[in-house]
Design a protein around this ligand. Sequence first.
Ligand SMILES: [Mn+2]
Length: 400
Amino acid sequence: MSDKIPYVFRQNTDFLYFSGCQEPESILVLTCKENKSSFTLFVRPKDEHSELWDGPRTSVETAAEIFGTDYALPVTKFEQFVASFIQEDKKSIIWYDYADVVQPILHKKLCQLVKLTDNQIFASPKTLFHQIRLIKSVYEIDLMRESCRIASNAIIKTIQSSKPQMSEHQLFATVDYECRMHGAEYLAYPPVVAAGKNANIIHYISNNQIIRSGDLVLMDAGCEYHGYSSDITRTWPINGKFTPEQRVLYEIVLDVQKNLIKTLKDMPSLDNVFRHMCFLLGKRLQDINLIPKNIDEEKLLTAAYTYCPHHVSHYLGMDVHDAGKISRSIRIQPGMIITIEPGIYISPKNLHAPPHFHGLGIRIEDDILVTENGSEVLTKTCPKEVAEIEALASQNQGSC
Ligand SMILES: [Mn+2]
């Protein structure tokens, strides 16, 4: 964080997926030659002094057995290993992510080795990795279920504890506490805890303002459980009761969200879900005169987009924005986990909207497993109906 103060290490996701190894500076090499393949894991050698400060390291002798690889070697042998391999076979392809450099020293060494011969080339395996990671195994789905359960429960607890005059920071602390107390390692990302007009800032993470009675609170938070991330958004009235304007907008977002979840059985692409959201949202905003009537469909979609300037979905898994190399234009498939997160944000500068709508920001986000016959909402234990939200948010009113 500064000078010699450490920060929490988070393993590279692709590396963790294939190795299960949480140790820094490790390298995993898969070699394939004449239909024979083997995995070699390189780990840091034991070092008494470093281990005194940073904790124990897996020994090279036990690493292969612990992580299930064919071989394990100390990282100090990495250059020699690669050199012997490429000298033997002058036409080998090195599948290595040369574009997104994770370990600068390793990158330099590899580049030097590749320069030694004429026919060596790099090809990035990242898209392949993400294609594999996109479809979750039953074991991964179990971990995602637990991650979603913990975060749902933490958000329920946070809504229950909230009341006017608390600060956004206190709600941040509550959701963080509840996630960790129930087994999550940490939050999956800096949460958004946005009161009132702060909800118009999509990535609002300052979370340092006092929440006044009459404000809505938008909380976007999730946790990481054994490497798997949840990502939930709920919006609630801090004093336990929606105003009529807040309620009108909330019900629109909720209807649109539920509607979009139903369409998942047709296996649309995420981009198509987004287009569909703009259409549904646009129609509903026309009904309440926030978008002019009698405009053509393209204009309607554009107008709706000004009220929800973010995408409605992303893939979810080990990373919050999982499998980043995979386009959102492909059809969804069973085994994928995605978010559905429509929102409405009414800028105080919006001249078309009446002043009582100004500054309102609402988003509802659930995590969804795509299945053969549609979908399963993994965050379904986190309430979102108006009556449920009001009941939860009313629980701590009146106490000081
Ligand atoms: Mn999300």
